[in-house]
Design a protein around this ligand. Structure first.
Ligand SMILES: C[S@@+](CC[C@H](N)C(=O)[O-])C[C@H]1O[C@@H](n2cnc3c(N)ncnc32)[C@H](O)[C@@H]1O
Length: 307
């Protein structure tokens, strides 16, 4: 059984997790393959339901084992398995659920014959009902009372975000205010400066920063078993956490390492402010410009659905 070594580890996360000491990490964030037939470079995202669920039970069980007694676990998952994995993590593995956050985004694949999918589930668990890290400081967002109604009764510090996180507040300014459980964070679109362009599942830094700031403290250990483009590790490092993760693809691991090598504690986060009113508009990119649409990777959130 090895110790903790920072950085991106090339290889299967299950084997990697088994090699980590018990009760050694503070926070785990996992954005696993959703088993929807997404085209990764090496991983085959089309498994039989039972095989997929059994595999999830194994690695989530390992996450439980490596987390400290006061550790937290956040799971990003699509509709297909959200219900089963929530029940499994809670009833079979022993995690205590705290929030079922909906990350509401735009630019989802347009459906002609059903409602367009525009969300990902972010399931938030802890190991101990009473003993866990949850920093409220820094998470507060301006309330609707402050921003829209100019209400003198408004708490000047704002309020805690809701558990629905939104991406197109301009569509529903009344329905999803920035102070609610809607997370006002855009998906990383093709034209965004933040977009690395070589991994279709790149999560926005602002989603990760909210999770990491709330559920860990500076100096804590943060793990991501499915590194992908390395968002979790990059944000954890920017926020002064120690961090490690696993990635089975040689190419993704190498590129995530490059991203991490260019990241240092205190670096500013990509993606601007999270509140809708401060959300930077994506710059119009011209071909060949540094911010141009250099990516070709199709997003996991753009998966073809039965339209
Ligand atoms: C949904 S992506 C993660 C994206 C990441 N959250 C980001 O922001 O870029 C899932 C990643 O898990 C990797 N993967 C799949 N199975 C794995 C396994 N058993 N061990 C390690 N990595 C795995 C895939 O290659 C893929 O890059």
């Amino acid at each position: 059984m090895g110790g903790l070594k920072e950085g991106v580890h090339l290889g299967d996360c299950l084997a990697g997790l088994k090699g980590l000491p018990e009760a050694s990490l503070d926070l785990a964030f996992a954005d696993p393959p959703f088993n929807i037939g997404y085209d990764y470079d090496t991983y085959d995202d089309r498994r039989d339901d039972t095989a997929y669920l059994n595999w999830c039970k194994e690695w989530i069980g390992q996450i439980y084992r490596v987390l400290k007694p006061n550790g937290s676990f956040w799971l990003a998952i699509g509709d297909e398995y959200a219900a089963e994995l929530k029940v499994m993590a809670h009833r079979e593995i022993g995690f205590i659920p705290r929030n079922w956050v909906i990350w509401y985004y735009t630019f989802g694949v347009h459906c002609k014959n059903k409602f367009t999918r525009s969300h990902v589930h972010l399931l938030y668990f802890v190991k101990d009902k009473m003993d866990f890290t949850f920093h409220k400081e820094g998470l507060h967002v301006p309330s609707a009372r402050q921003l829209i109604y100019n209400d003198k009764r408004a708490n000047p510090l704002g309020r805690m975000p809701d558990d629905t996180w939104i991406l197109r507040p301009q569509d529903v300014p009344e329905g999803f205010s920035g102070d609610s459980d809607t997370w006002n964070i855009s998906r990383v679109c093709g034209t965004f400066k933040e977009r690395a362009g070589w991994h279709g599942c790149q999560m926005p830094e602002r989603v990760l920063s909210r999770i990491i700031e709330a559920s860990s403290s500076p100096g804590d250990w943060v793990i991501d078993p499915f590194v992908g483009s390395g968002t979790t590790l990059a944000v954890a490092r920017k926020l002064g956490r120690q961090t490690l993760g696993f990635e089975m693809s040689e190419e993704y691991a190498a590129r995530a390492r490059e991203r991490l090598a260019m990241t240092k504690p205190g670096d500013s986060l990509e993606g601007g402010q999270e509140t809708p009113w401060a959300q930077p508009k994506p710059k119009k990119a011209s071909a060949g410009s540094p911010q141009g649409p250099k990516r070709t990777a199709k997003s996991k959130l753009d998966q073809p659905e039965s339209v």
